[in-house]
Design a protein around this ligand. Structure first.
Ligand code: FAD
Ligand code: SF4
Length: 330
């Protein structure tokens, strides 16, 4: 049993100051990931700074028609919010596809973005793992990797990011806001997660000690007809082995704007820019949807146990895009 200090922050500057004073401190959101990792010894914070009472639990419309979501909004409240369901249904669907009701009642938006990979070697402190212990090796490449990355990975780490929520946020160009002792900052979700390269232990672009204060969604007209579809090995209470968030703006049978993001295939929610490029301005047809998926997956690098993901993601993307196109035609 390791002792640690617990503090409850009452305001944002106070929370940031507590982290700034102690590099071994961690923010505590819902604790649904951090506390599990503390029990297994992966995380060993000297202090927890509980942020659940900070005034960051609101969802509000922005002047331009977007939404600003506070960092301590729970997953349950996010998925149930009428404006989220109306304007960004894929986001509500993604959140509801994750974890369980009890977990969603505790889990927060900030914590969801910063949850760690579910790679079994990462969670087992008796095994090497470059992400947990830089330079120690990656046993997943030769070992168990059936749910590991096929896009954007490196030989140093092939783990995937497990968030469902993040996939929808990536499709809609969300921007993450944060606060440090030096002031406020913002980073687009597209730049939030760092490339794996040879530094898989460096996961995000957040400065040290940064508190995520919220996520802003810009207005995305096509998002009101968006969809999230998740494939998993059990019908509920399981992480994705592949997922798709998509939105299509179609008029006269032509795609005016496509938004597509993949989950559980990379170290970050994967925005499918190559696929979008194939789709934009093209006929909304199954052939073109397949060509778009192929363009994105052309860069896939597979291992023996996860090659199935390429076919899975192709079929999933074509199915979701076809359903969206049919709905638009009705
Ligand atoms: C059994 C189980 C099944 C699950 N299934 C799914 C699933 O299918 N899909 C899915 O997406 N997720 C799933 N999850 C993960 C779950 O969604 C995450 O554990 C949860 O979202 C994390 O949020 P939290 O607020 O509890 O984070 P915490 O555990 O409190 O924190 C996680 C990390 O984020 C940091 N942090 C938290 N808030 C902030 C902030 N505002 N600023 C800076 N740092 C912060 C913490 O210091 C910590 O490092 C599952 C979890 C469990 C236990
Ligand atoms: S895939 Fe990444 S997290 Fe898993 S063992 Fe390799 S380095 Fe560690």
């Amino acid at each position: 049993m390791r002792e640690f200090d617990y503090r409850r922050a009452e305001d944002v500057p106070g929370a940031v100051a507590l982290l700034d004073a102690d590099p071994d401190a961690r923010y505590l959101g819902g604790g649904t990931n951090l506390v599990d990792l503390m029990k297994t010894g992966v995380e060993r914070p000297a202090r927890l700074v509980d942020i659940r009472r900070l005034p960051l639990d609101h969802i509000e419309s922005t002047g331009d028609g977007g939404l600003r979501i506070g960092a301590t909004v729970t997953n349950s409240d996010l998925a149930a919010h009428p404006e989220v369901r109306r304007r960004y249904p894929a986001l509500a669907q993604a959140v509801l596809a994750g974890a369980s009701g009890q977990l969603r009642n505790m889990a927060t938006v900030g914590g969801n973005l910063l949850q760690r990979t579910r790679c079994g070697y990462f969670a087992d402190v008796t095994r090497p793992c470059n992400k947990r212990l830089p330079g120690s090796g990656c046993p997943a490449v030769e070992g168990e990797h059936h749910n590991h990355a096929v896009l954007g990975a490196s030989e140093h780490c092939v783990a995937v990011h497990p968030s469902d929520m993040g996939v929808a946020l990536a499709a809609f160009d969300a921007v993450v806001s944060y606060r440090t002792a030096d002031g406020a900052g913002e980073v687009p979700l597209a730049d939030f997660y760092l490339p794996v390269g040879d530094t898989p232990h460096r996961e995000t672009a957040l400065p040290p000690g940064a508190l995520i204060t919220g996520v802003t969604l810009p207005p995305v007209p096509s998002a009101s007809r968006s969809r999230y579809r998740k494939v998993r090995e059990r019908a509920s209470y399981a992480f994705a082995i592949g997922s798709v968030a998509a939105a299509l703006d179609i008029s006269d049978g032509v795609v005016r704007e496509a938004r597509l993001a993949f989950g559980a295939v990379a170290s970050r929610p994967w925005r499918a820019y190559a696929a979008e490029h194939v789709l934009n301005g093209a006929p909304a047809s199954a052939d073109r949807f397949a060509a778009a998926a192929d363009a994105e997956l052309a860069g896939a690098r597979t291992l023996p146990g996860n090659a199935y993901k390429v076919t899975l993601m192709r079929n999933l993307a074509v199915a979701v895009l076809s359903e969206l196109a049919e709905e638009t035609a009705r």
